[in-house]
Design a binder for this molecule. Structure first.
Ligand SMILES: [Zn+2]
Length: 364
């Protein structure tokens, strides 16, 4: 079945992890043996061949570069100009992938429909089983995770011209335009100006990572389309990174689709980095389905649930479900939903249909 993944940091992996994502996963892992600079060395789960193997033909791919003032709790680039330059470097990698025929940027409905035709996904979102022939380019919708790199509103316009279609105003900690995960505060005047400009340009607001105050203010101020690319429910994993039931209701009301992530600490409570393992916590893909089922039951339908794995977001097999070797294992999800009694129509909506509908409506 065709799969839409609403959150991958592909270019960050290419440039900051130094991974050649065009190569097989076994080769990428082999080259990292003995490296210790990142916790997920030799344990990556994402590369372009594995996306193809998993029939994951369309993804939301990020530019990501945080600006950090001296006392920022999590660090980042020392100036907004460096953050901007980093996102431009990341764009250059996506462009190189386009030139190599490995990826293709999707910016509007015409390009979306053409791409779905290439991957044989029909208007109802039914994917054909055929994966033969020459390797297909992975479609990507460009998104900015944390907007600190946007130096001025004219930089947002330039980014839009470059194909940027979604923006999450903040990432971790206090940002220029909003407060993110593990911080708390108002979007202020700068945040409002950014959101107004986003609305004018037709950009999607990604509500993921907004702190509770910034979430409320951003949704009040922004009239355009809203999604949440990679977030779970706070009732199942109590942490400010996840959405409260009130926030979920607001997202449903706005027609949002919420992508379910596979980062272990967001899936089960009390995850301790470097102590808890997928094995000793018995974390499997069933847990992802549990989170997604919660969203569907709470909404009363399957229209707001999607996938946003974040599987290359700074972790690998040490911090993702034990029964997942690579991202291609997402193909096991339809069976898990079937076992829970989900209809084929609902499963197709969850695997790709909801996000496709969202894009078709936003770009109409
Ligand atoms: Zn994230």
């Amino acid at each position: 079945m065709f799969i839409f993944d609403a959150h991958l940091d592909l270019s960050m992996n290419a440039l900051e992890w130094n991974r050649d994502l065009t190569r097989p996963i076994s080769e990428i892992r082999r080259r990292e043996h003995g490296q210790t600079d990142k916790p997920d060395r030799a344990r990556g789960t994402v590369c372009l061949p594995e996306l193809r193997a998993g029939n994951i033909g369309l993804v939301v791919a990020t530019q990501i570069a945080r600006y950090a003032k001296p006392k920022h709790p999590l660090g980042g680039w020392c100036s907004p100009q460096q953050a901007w330059a980093m996102t431009q470097g990341q764009l250059a990698w996506y462009r190189a992938m386009e030139e190599a025929g490995e990826m293709v940027q999707i910016r509007n409905s015409a390009e979306l429909e053409k791409h779905l035709e290439l991957w044989k996904v029909d208007g109802e979102g039914v994917a054909s089983a055929s994966t033969t022939g020459t390797p297909k380019p992975i479609g990507y919708i460009l998104s900015l995770e944390g907007a600190d790199s946007i130096l001025t509103l004219s930089h947002l316009e330039r980014s839009f011209e470059q194909g940027l279609r979604a923006v999450g105003p903040a990432h971790y900690g206090p940002g220029t335009y909003a407060f993110g995960t593990d911080s708390e505060g108002s979007i202020g005047t700068k945040g409002r100006e950014l959101l107004n400009e986003m609305e004018k340009l037709g950009l999607i607001l990604d509500a993921t990572h907004l702190c509770d105050t910034s979430f409320r203010e951003a949704l009040d101020c922004f009239g355009g389309p809203v999604w949440a690319s990679h977030s779970n429910a706070r009732v199942l994993t109590p942490h400010n990174r996840q959405f409260t039931d009130e926030q979920l209701k607001e997202l449903f009301r706005r027609g949002a689709v919420i992508g379910a992530p596979l980062d272990a600490w967001m899936m089960i409570p009390n995850w301790v980095r470097a102590q808890t393992t997928p094995q000793n916590s018995r974390l499997t893909l069933d847990k992802m389905v549990e989170h997604m089922d919660y969203i569907c039951q709470f909404a009363g339908n399957a229209r707001h649930c999607g996938i946003g794995t974040d599987l290359d977001g700074g972790f690998g097999r040490e911090q993702s479900p034990a029964d997942l070797d690579t991202i291609a294992d997402l193909q096991r999800l339809p069976d898990l939903f079937r076992a829970k009694g989900y209809s084929s129509t609902d499963i197709e909506m969850i695997m790709h249909g909801n996000f496709l509908r969202f894009l078709r409506e936003s770009w109409a």
